[in-house]
Design a protein around this ligand. Sequence first.
Ligand SMILES: *Cc1c(COP(=O)(O)O)cnc(C)c1O
Length: 397
Amino acid sequence: MNKMAVRVPFVDLKLQHEPIQMQLQYAIQSVLEQGDFILGQALSDFEAAFAAVSEAAYGVGVASGTDAIALGLQACNIGAGDEVILPANTFIATLIGVIRAGAKPILVDCDRQTALIDLEAAAKAITPQTKAIIPVHLYGQMVSPRELIKFADTYKLLIFEDAAQAHLAQRDGYHAGSVGIAAAFSFYPSKNLGAFGDGGMLLTRNSDVAQKMGRLRNYGASQKYFHTEPGTNSRLDTLQAAILHQKLPYLPQWNRDRLTIAQQYDLELAPLATTGIIPIENQSDTGHVYHLYVIKVDDSCPIERQQLQEKLTAVGIQTGIHYPIPCHLQPAFSNLGYQPGDFPQAEKLSQQILSLPMYPGLSSSQVKEVVAAIAHAVSTTSKVDETSNADLDSVVA
Ligand SMILES: *Cc1c(COP(=O)(O)O)cnc(C)c1O
């Protein structure tokens, strides 16, 4: 097949930056003039602003979302000797963060409909060593704060949110970042709020946690050249903070755009439910911020996920898979001792999920084009296409 031009990209960041280019350039220029590149004024201003809109008390900017998790857990005094429960189907950084903090990761399965952590499975994983649970607000949908708080109260656990995909998400009257003792955010460029490079932040309601985080990101220094703990160098650049602060006022509108696009996908995909194309369920109404719009290519579908993805690529529609291999089956973590079959829902989802194009500025005609291409692929392909004639004979007979 000829290589086709991309008609619908998976994301397009230019669309959000072009209209505010002058503002962004002005913000960058101001930092250049100020010269306070590390721990500068624009960083503290952005930390305060992002904490405020997320209804948290403190924000501490760091070099990445991964560091926000790893250092954030340490700042909450979660580490050696502690078990931390997290979902098997998350981006690998959640697991890496737990391991870097020195705690023992305990993976659990997810709910097939929402792909979010299964709290019943989590309850079964609790031991006397369990110190915390990390709900991952996957794809932009929060794990129910009401259920989480009940869970954490029952088992006397800390809640540490992985909100890397959930800037300004809401559910049960809570904002992402305000549910637990602390929450980690990422400003990786394609996240709902993205920098011009790497970046992250810990939000917390606890001033001790905020202060310890401030030291950990800055060589463990409580004042210059006086080190109270073995920290590291992980600061959000002043330049990135200035850029993010300029973008922050647009985030609510960008999130609303994402929701509108998701609602159109929901509506137009609904007739395909009978063919086994099932969107991941939104159980949080308008509080879902749709970092990703993900469908399942179910068992009943006449086509496999991989075939569908290839057919879409062939007509210029880019898609993604978040994520193709669950954490427990990654070779790097085989030492944790997990086996295929340990988390059936996460494993099955990893085989069946497909992330469709989703970004502010994706047009309604592009959404229609994506859905039409899926409908066409489903109606013109069957799984027997890729199998042998013998199989075909048995189907015909
Ligand atoms: C992106 C992401 C992270 C890591 O953030 P980085 O800034 O890339 O280090 C952690 N958890 C989840 C769920 C993410 O999507």
